[in-house]
Design a protein around this ligand. Structure first.
Ligand code: CTP
Length: 400
């Protein structure tokens, strides 16, 4: 679920990583969330409340008491929140939260809410590994608090180790995951992404303009909805923790990886732009130009999707993509029948802002026996959500 329209309390406690919380705030705002920042007094030693006030939906608060016209900010914010994020969460704030202390505005708000809470601890490695901190986190986890673990890397003072606050984009993704409906829990999803690369010789390849963004967005959205996800990708895009990433290059690598995961998958989404043709005899060495212009003979690749359709097991959901330039729905429907698919995501790649390399897409989701869903020009994340809604509907139907 997107954070758009959600009321999010962003708690910031006193660590050097507090500056990164400004970026978290800005990204949440960009995505359409209503963000109320709370800074602990120690956080204000690292970053000014005015910075958050300038970026957020309402003035940043730092205390329970000095808020004119707002006598009970902790209950106002706690009761209205859809989500509370604490980033960075210091050892002290985690301890106060675990013991139910309400000494400051942030900890009081954490007690005054029934909304989900995401804590993002950040501290030095020794502190992170201390049994007191780990015991407090165990208590919080037991109570259903979501914990985004720190990363390894450079820490304050030049040290290196585990304890670093994850990047703002990761924190926002984790927030979206917490808000997502868990309607794909226990579902095994296999997604392919990116354009394949077919060797001409030792250095040259034939490829296409696919960026892999749409496939990656589907994998991320499925994981956020509780699915266990394997992503077979040709790109070097990072994936969230928890997604199994299988790196491939050519169509035949992709076929091998997909075949290995096929039978264990409940849903397979072929979002990759797989080459239809490859050089029949790639040269082992680099072809030198003084040999003249080479003639490159092509041969067809295996159609992975068609092969999956031929051996599809009952209940397995197979999704294909159709990059078309004319008669989009008619061609997609024909592909659906020809390849024995459940859903086809069709896009008119000739339309502006659609398909290859763009951050946006506009698609028509054609189903074997359900409604045709039009998704107007949207982010690739929104397209992913619409597709997974259609997948979840079919899964529900097949288990009824
Ligand atoms: N696909 C595949 N293996 C291939 C080629 C394509 O699995 N060798 C999958 C893509 O991942 C995508 C769908 O098939 O899900 C797109 O097929 P496309 O190449 O557009 O369709 P074709 O059936 O090959 O028809 P046409 O080339 O006429 O559009």
């Amino acid at each position: 679920m997107s954070v758009a329209g959600r009321r999010i309390v962003l708690g910031v406690s006193g660590g050097i990583a507090a500056y990164k919380a400004v970026e978290v705030c800005r990204r949440l705002m960009d995505l359409g969330a209503f963000v109320s920042p709370i800074l602990t007094p120690n956080a204000t030693k690292f970053i000014g409340a005015a910075t958050f006030s300038a970026v957020a939906s309402e003035r940043a608060l730092t205390s329970l008491y000095d808020n004119v016209g707002d006598p009970s900010p902790h209950t106002r914010l706690g009761q209205a929140a859809d989500l509370i994020i604490v980033a960075p969460a210091t050892a002290r704030v985690l301890a106060a939260y675990a013991t139910g202390s309400s000494e400051g505005l942030l900890t009081a708000t954490l007690l005054a809410t029934r909304a989900p809470v995401l804590v993002c601890p950040a501290m030095h490695t020794e502190m992170w590994e201390h049994p007191a901190v780990q015991d407090n986190l165990a208590i919080l986890r037991r109570r259903g608090v979501h914990v985004l673990e720190p990363e390894s890397g450079h820490l304050a003072g030049g040290d290196i180790g585990k304890g670093r606050l994850p990047e703002p984009s990761e924190i926002v993704k984790a927030a979206e995951a917490v808000l997502a409906p868990q309607d794909l829990k226990g579902v095994r999803v296999l997604v392919t992404a990116g354009g394949t690369r077919e060797a001409i010789d030792a250095v040259r390849v034939i490829t296409n303009r696919s960026s892999g963004k749409q496939g990656h967005a589907i994998a991320e959205a499925a994981a956020a909805r509780g699915a266990s996800v394997t992503l077979v990708t040709t790109t070097d895009r990072a994936v969230s923790r928890g997604i199994e990433r299988v790196a491939v290059n050519s169509a035949s690598d992709m076929l091998e990886a997909v075949t290995a995961h096929r039978d264990a998958s409940d849903v397979i989404v072929m979002a990759a732009a797989v080459a239809d043709f490859r050089p029949a005899a790639p040269a082992a060495n680099k072809i030198k130009k003084d040999g003249g212009v080479p003639e490159i003979v092509l041969e067809p690749t295996d159609d992975i999707l068609r092969g999956l359709g031929e051996v599809k097991r009952p209940g397995q959901i197979l999704v294909g993509f159709a990059a078309e330039t004319d008669d989009v729905v008619a061609n997609a429907t024909a592909k659906l029948t020809r390849k024995n698919l459940d859903l086809v995501v069709a896009n008119d790649v000739s339309a502006p802002g659609v398909g290859f390399d763009h951050d946006t897409n506009a698609v028509t989701i054609v189903s074997a026996d359900g409604p045709v869903v039009e998704v107007p020009l949207s982010s690739k994340q929104d397209v992913a959500r619409a597709l997974l809604d259609a997948v979840a509907t079919r899964l529900r139907r097949s288990t009824q």
